[in-house]
Design a protein around this ligand. Structure first.
Ligand code: ADP
Length: 640
């Protein structure tokens, strides 16, 4: 029973992606094979897993394998797997739309940077669609395990695909690529219609794939007779991959490029990882972990659904699931890798995983190992560590906020720019270079380093030769609240609470000033009712006349924004205006007050000082036209 083929249009985003693929000059087109083999391997994994409970799905038929064949005369490459296959609906969903939000982000990045940004394609790994870089037509024939009918999907990547029902297909998926002609004038272009080229690509990218990747031996006439063996249907084949999972080999015998290649396969990332952590745990809980820290931030790291660890779980070398969130905490979700356990049952369900003690132990140890590796990178490979920090520092800080028992450990891994020279420092480095008796670590919150460095809050500290950590990442507000202390040193936020720089003598002087000026301060306070709670003298200022500070327990600006966005009431800010006792304006203010305590000028001055303090911290003015008029009046007064 064969129907007429139906024509469908691709989702607009797929169309756009395909347009980019077809015209791509990307020099790593060869990754298409890795992507197709990796899909085939996943399909076989899924079949084996489902067959644990429904053995009939895998019953009969040939050995589970991936077959690769090529006909140089017609430039046709075929990749066949006898894995799980797809239903008609799955075909339409998987090969007609872009389901993953990360792919959308990838597209946006391509649009921004231009379609010829090869590193983007490599970084992302566009899966099946990458085949359109090398093929002018692709046919996918597939039959889902446990169903009868099959589907034939075909497209030239030009905006449409056709679908028809077919019968007589084997279980699994057959993908036929009609390769584009070899590019003219590019002598060194790889010819994917050459069996040797394909074979080398398998060795390069897919050697450790667990399923045999077979090619008819007649395509490889030079192959030694020894490696030939009968394959499905009695055809003599050569097995192209060694199948040995990398993690099960001993560390000493694995070359760095083998580690890197496995990472490329796993993460669909063309760049090398920054760090590799490979260890085995013996004893009552036996497992092997191979974990990688990538070198760049994936596009979807902060997507709503992307908050789980991305480590695959295997049980005795059998794939169980691709993303096992129990293996690492969400704040290590950038880590990619594999954990292979000898002790878990093969048919573990999600529910079992959630309260499994074996897994709790694995998670703890893997977390410690990754953090140790990061610590070593911080100490020995600073440039790499700064690269890591730029990509994933924010995610690690989530751990500092969420995981109380690791707060100090994670704080030790943090880098912050210092107000001294903008360079990144660790808390330990800051402590090491501060005066011996300094028991405080100063921090200052602001939108960026430059603004923070100009902030009046910093004046007195900077004048003393001190420095503060610049907290400009939105999450730093939470870091500040979670990390009250580090190795016995108190964290103090310069922009809030009462600063205490001068010693006892300065404090006494300030108190005397405040007594002297009580009337003036009260008058200014009155003038600013509703805007500030108190007016007092400051010890944190050197040059500026005034500054605004928050109370020590006030919510920070990002927290306030969050409350607003979620429709929750925002508590009114109780701010304090601090005046610089040494500023000439202060004594002028007193003369004004003494001449006429009711002068309207005092209200104008209060507004001007308050406005200046707002501008200095980068906040909007509540009544900009009035502020502007006051400034104009002053200018006119001085021009007289
Ligand atoms: P990804 O593999 O990264 O999810 P792809 O675009 O390569 O993205 O594939 C999309 C989906 O199509 C896969 O997630 C899988 O569900 C399905 N798929 C692709 N190839 C096969 C195959 N050989 N057998 C079964 N399903 C497949």
């Amino acid at each position: 029973m064969t129907q007429r083929p139906e024509t469908h249009v691709f989702q607009a985003e797929v169309k756009e992606l395909l347009g980019l693929m077809i015209h791509s000059l990307y020099s790593h087109k060869e990754i298409f094979l890795r992507e197709l083999i990796s899909n085939a391997s996943d399909a076989l994994d899924k079949l084996r897993f489902e067959a644990l409970t429904k053995p009939e799905l895998a019953a009969g038929g040939d050995e589970l394998c991936i077959r690769l064949d090529v006909d140089p005369a017609t430039r046709r490459v075929v990749i066949v797997d006898n894995g799980i296959g797809m239903t008609r609906e799955e075909v339409v969903e998987n090969l007609g739309t872009i389901a993953r939000s990360g792919t959308r982000r990838f597209l946006e990045a391509l649009r921004e940077k231009g379609s010829q940004s090869p590193e983007l394609i490599g970084q992302f790994g566009v899966g099946f669609y990458s085949s359109f870089m090398v093929a002018e037509q692709i046919v996918v024939e597939t039959r889902k395990a446990g169903t009868d009918g099959g589907v034939r999907w075909s497209s030239r990547g030009d905006g449409e695909f056709t679908l028809e029902e077919t019968s007589g297909l084997e279980r699994g998926t057959r993908i036929t690529l009609d390769l584009k002609p070899l590019p003219q004038g590019e002598d060194d272009a790889q010819d994917f219609a050459d069996a040797q080229v394909l074979r080398e690509l398998v060795a390069k990218y897919s050697d450790f794939v667990e399923w045999p990747i077979l090619m008819p031996s007649e395509r490889l006439p030079d192959e030694r007779v020894l490696r030939r063996r009968p394959g499905p249907g009695g055809v003599e084949v050569v097995e192209l991959n060694s199948k040995k999972p990398l993690w099960s080999r001993s560390k000493e015998e694995i070359k760095p490029e083998e580690y890197a290649q496995f990472y490329h396969h796993l993460a669909h990332d063309f760049a090398d990882p920054l760090e590799t952590v490979h260890f085995r745990n013996e004893g009552s809980n036996e497992y092997t972990a191979l974990l990688y820290v990538p070198g760049a931030r994936p596009f979807d790291l902060f997507e709503p659904g992307r908050d789980k660890a991305q480590v695959a779980l295997y049980v005795r070398r059998v794939f169980v699931m691709g993303e096992c969130e129990e293996l690492l905490p969400p704040w290590l979700r950038f880590v990619r890798g594999v954990v292979d356990s000898s002790d878990l049952p093969l048919n573990v369900s999600r529910e079992i995983l959630q309260q499994n003690r074996t897994l709790v132990q694995i998670r703890k140890r893997c977390t410690t190992k990754v953090l140790d590796a990061l610590g070593a990178m911080r100490d020995n490979r600073r440039a790499d560590y700064e690269k890591f920090w730029a990509a994933f520092g924010t995610v690690l800080k989530e751990g500092l906020v969420m995981e109380r028992e690791r707060t100090e450990e994670l704080a030790g891994l943090c880098l912050f720019p210092t107000t001294k020279d903008g360079a990144l420092v660790t808390l330990d480095e800051l402590i090491a270079r501060a005066p011996k008796d300094e028991d405080t670590l100063y921090t200052i919150l602001g939108s960026d380093l430059e603004t923070v460095r100009r902030s009046p809050h910093l004046e007195a500290l900077a004048a003393k030769g001190g420095e503060a950590l610049c907290f400009s990442d939105p999450i730093d507000e939470w870091v500040r609240d979670a990390l009250r202390e580090y190795k016995g040193k108190k964290l103090v936020a310069l922009e809030r609470g009462e600063a205490d720089f001068g010693g006892a003598a300065e404090k006494e002087q300030r108190e005397t000033m405040e007594r002297d000026y009580r009337g003036v301060l009260e008058r200014i306070e009155q003038g600013l009712t509703g805007s500030v709670e108190r007016v007092r003298f400051s010890t944190r200022l050197k040059d500026s006349p005034a500054v605004l500070v928050d109370s020590a327990d006030a919510p920070g600006p990002h927290y306030e924004r969050m409350l607003r966005q979620t429709g929750r009431p925002v508590p009114p800010r109780k701010r304090v205006l601090e005046l610089n006792a040494d500023h000439p304006l202060t004594s002028k203010l007193k003369s004004l007050f003494e001449a006429d305590a009711q002068s309207t000028k005092l209200k104008d001055w209060a507004d001007l000082l308050y406005g200046q303090a707002l501008l200095a911290e980068g906040s909007p003015l509540p009544d900009a036209p009035r502020f502007s008029k006051l400034v104009s009046d002053l200018m006119l007064a001085t021009a007289k």
